[in-house]
Every structure is written in structure tokens, then in C-alpha cells.
Design a protein around this ligand. Structure first.
Ligand code: SME
Length: 158
């Protein structure tokens, strides 16, 4: 089996620099959001990456990158791990999705998940959803990295 090194702080810092470069491009916000998602999906433990935007009482899938599309293109706020993070405004890390009854399944190979809300002017405007194909794929390093990234891209999601 291909080894799946988890994100480390050095790589996280490099990635945040790459995000800054993407944001500095003179492109429409939707194109920038797509580029950020594609960049994240290159990480070995970021096997499927989605960016949802809050539209009323729902989360709508805006951009994604991964091996297959999800059927969860629209999720009520409050439902699933995604809906929960949107409701609370807090990051959710699920180290084993099979043990979390709140989890909405998308892909048979997903073993763990991290969802990080994106807030702008005190309101949750979206979130980043990352599925990992190994158990316990994401740690506080991923949380800090994705929360910093969420702050960088918040304006693009408002
Ligand atoms: N697993 C998520 C649903 C979205 S898919 O992973 C793309 C959840 O429990 O909310």
C-alpha cells in the first residue's frame, strides 16, 4: 500500500504560501476557490476535498477535487459532520467515520474526515471538507493549517 504521510508544519507553511500566490491571481473568486481545492487535493491525506458555501439554511457544494463526485451537493445546516460544523462554527475532526453516527457517507473508502468552517464578518459563509482514506488522517496540524487557510479565503467566499 502507498504510504500516506500526514501533513507536517513545514509543508503546511509552504501550502499557505501557495494559497497566497493563488489568491494574488487576477481571477474571479470561483476560479480561485477551485484552484485552492485542487491544491489541497494533492496532499496524500486529502483524498477528497470540497468547498461548500452557505446559502440560507443549506450548504451548497461550490468546488471539489477528488476521484469521484459526491451526491451530497446540498446539505442542510445542522445535518452530518458538514452541517454540524456550519451550525457551531467550530472545526470537526472525525478520526473514524464508522464510529460517528452523525457522519453522512459519500465514499466507501473514506475512513476519517475534517471539516473547517469559513467565517466572514462573524458569520459562517462556507466550509472546507476533507476526506481521508486512512484512519486518523488529520490532526491539530491540519486543523491549524485549514483554519489559517479558511481565514485567507474567507473574503473569496463571502
Ligand atoms: N461526510 C459529510 C458529507 C459530505 S461528503 O463527505 C463529501 C458529512 O458527514 O457531513
Amino acid at each position: 500500500m502507498k504510504s500516506q504521510p500526514r501533513l507536517n508544519r513545514e509543508r503546511a507553511k509552504e501550502l499557505l504560501g501557495e494559497v497566497d500566490l493563488i489568491i494574488s491571481r487576477n481571477q474571479p473568486p470561483a476560479a480561485l476557490r477551485k484552484s485552492v481545492v485542487q491544491l489541497l487535493n494533492l496532499e496524500p491525506t486529502y483524498n477528497w476535498v470540497g468547498l461548500y458555501l452557505v446559502k440560507g439554511a443549506e450548504l451548497r457544494l461550490d468546488a471539489w477535487s477528488g476521484p469521484a463526485p459526491t451526491t451530497h451537493t446540498s446539505i442542510p445546516v445542522g445535518k452530518g459532520i458538514c452541517g454540524l460544523a456550519a451550525k457551531s462554527g467550530r472545526t470537526e475532526i472525525v478520526s473514524d467515520v464508522s464510529k460517528d453516527p452523525r457522519y453522512l457517507q459519500c465514499f466507501a473508502n473514506t475512513k476519517s474526515e475534517i471539516v473547517v468552517p469559513i467565517s466572514w464578518q462573524g458569520k459562517v459563509v462556507g466550509e472546507i471538507d476533507v476526506d481521508g482514506d486512512i484512519l486518523n488522517a488529520h490532526s491539530s496540524v491540519d486543523r491549524e493549517f485549514l483554519e489559517a487557510l479558511a481565514m485567507k479565503i474567507a473574503k473569496l467566499c463571502a
